[in-house]
Write a protein of this length. Structure first.
Length: 381
């Protein structure tokens, strides 16, 4: 048997990334990723904790079996049936009618963001986000050669319209990211703020404005989807990973003016969505009502976490997502380790003095709350 564990003959054993001709802006960087540890309670990646229901699993099996018969052929390059059903879902739940031409789908919302930056960003162009926020916006900007600007947030982690608009006017970015609800803080952005930033962006460049609504189904507020009416440079980005409990599917999508959908197809890889992915997503969309029922359960658990943490004396950021940011800690990483040692994995996102916990099942949340009660007693001793 051939040993493939070491370098090939003639290759130096100590070769590293810095010995390769990688782009300068990638040197010294690390890949994105949350810790994947084998612990009893995993509440660090904002996954939906409920497995897909049996009838949906059966329907996925049926659709995938049907798709498998044609795997010798390429899938529908434009995913027309899937985009049509996504448009119907958004029209029904988002408060604004859409057609297939308004919707585009890709392998997770990250690929949606990547395609938008490949199309509207790139070398010599810049994007702005209001941090702390979803770190993949910055990382995908770097990967596409787009310059990155960090815009301001208030002490309560909200976006203050006047200061944010001032940053857009000053820097004149090509792409503006607004995350609502925001990851990792959970804060939502009201329609008036989005409109103010959109107007500032159009006056400055004009620029593309992307509202990342990955967690919107968990929000107390309605979707910002109706704002795309009459605003051809406003894009709403979504995912099936969270509310649909389909993180393993990797299916994201956007809603925008048809011209934006046409534009991103200039950079999409051919046949980028497999037939299996399309079949699975279509099956999930047939069970929307059941899946959104789980969302209501998780919203109640999220609110319970907020109430319990505040009762314990923690500072908790208002959350419209399926997670909660809490603190403050003198050493957030030490607090993270304390909780982990009790079998519960939460997220240390690097926001000073704070951690983030995903809303899990009631029993998972109980285990987390028991751990932070112990932590509070230890800190108070």
């Amino acid at each position: 048997m051939t040993d493939t564990s070491g370098p090939a003959p003639g290759e130096p054993a100590d070769l590293g990334i810095d010995d390769l001709p990688v782009r300068d802006e990638l040197r010294g960087q690390t890949p994105y990723g949350a810790p994947q540890l084998d612990v009893p309670v995993q509440l660090n990646t904002n996954e939906n904790p409920y497995p897909l229901p049996g009838p949906l699993v059966d329907r996925i099996t049926e659709r995938v079996r049907e798709a498998a018969r044609g795997l010798n052929r390429y899938p529908d390059r434009d995913a027309v049936e899937l985009r049509t059903e996504l448009a119907a879902y958004l029209s029904r739940t988002g408060g604004h009618p859409l057609t297939t031409a308004n919707v585009w789908a890709a392998n997770g919302s990250n690929e949606v963001i990547q395609q938008l930056l490949q199309t509207f960003g790139g070398p010599g162009r810049t994007a702005i986000g209001f941090e702390p926020s979803y770190s993949m916006h910055r990382l995908i900007a770097r990967g596409t050669g787009t310059g990155w600007l960090s815009g301001p947030r208030g002490e309560d982690f909200t976006i203050e319209a006047a200061s944010a608009a001032e940053a857009i006017t000053e820097h004149r970015p090509d792409v503006v990211f607004i995350t609502s609800p925001n990851n990792p803080t959970g804060t939502a952005v009201d329609a008036e703020t989005v409109l103010a930033l959109y107007e500032a962006a159009q006056a400055a460049k004009p620029s593309l404005v992307v509202v990342d609504e990955a967690y919107v189904e968990f929000s107390h507020r309605p979707s910002l989807l109706p704002l795309i009416e009459g605003r051809p440079r406003l894009v709403i980005s979504r995912t099936m990973s969270k509310a649909f409990g389909a993180a393993g599917l990797r299916l994201g999508y956007l809603a925008a003016h048809p011209a934006v959908v046409d534009a991103v197809q200039l950079v999409r890889l051919p046949y980028h969505l497999s037939a299996v992915t399309q079949a699975t997503a279509l099956a999930a969309l047939e069970h929307t009502d059941t899946l959104l029922g789980y969302v209501e359960t998780l919203k109640a658990e999220r609110d319970r976490l907020v109430d319990e943490l505040r009762a314990l004396g923690y500072e908790v950021t208002d959350s419209d997502a399926n997670f909660v940011q809490f603190g403050r800690f003198e050493d957030s990483h030490a607090a993270w380790r304390w909780i982990l040692d009790r079998g519960v994995l939460v997220r240390d996102n690097g926001v000073p003095g704070r951690l983030r916990v995903t809303a899990g099942t009631p029993s998972e949340n109980d285990a987390f709350l028991d751990a932070v009660r112990e932590l509070k007693k230890e800190q108070s001793a």
